[in-house]
Design a protein around this ligand. Sequence first.
Ligand code: ZN
Length: 108
Amino acid sequence: MTTTRNGTDMAITMTFELDHPQGEPDVFVTTITCDQCGLPIERDRDGNYHWLAPNVVEDGDQFPAYFLHKTCWRPFEAEHHQPGHRWKSEALKVFTTRLSLRARETNL
Ligand SMILES: [Zn+2]
């Protein structure tokens, strides 16, 4: 089973930053935005990633990852819950580590 994110919502975007306190050059930075409130998750310790999986999963099943502040996950999960499914979550730091390792394995 594969599910997709709805519409045009994009939790991971590139943000162009002009204002630097130390005079650093302008940069594009990766921004992870909370799927509940729409605000950036500034520190990895402030958020988790969540996915909704059916009670029975099979090899190759894919599920969209949702990024949520630790203060926002309860209303998001309640609003998007589906019968016969369970929400799972891990620390945002785990997501970035796994993504980095996966990129290395596949030579991205
Ligand atoms: Zn939030």
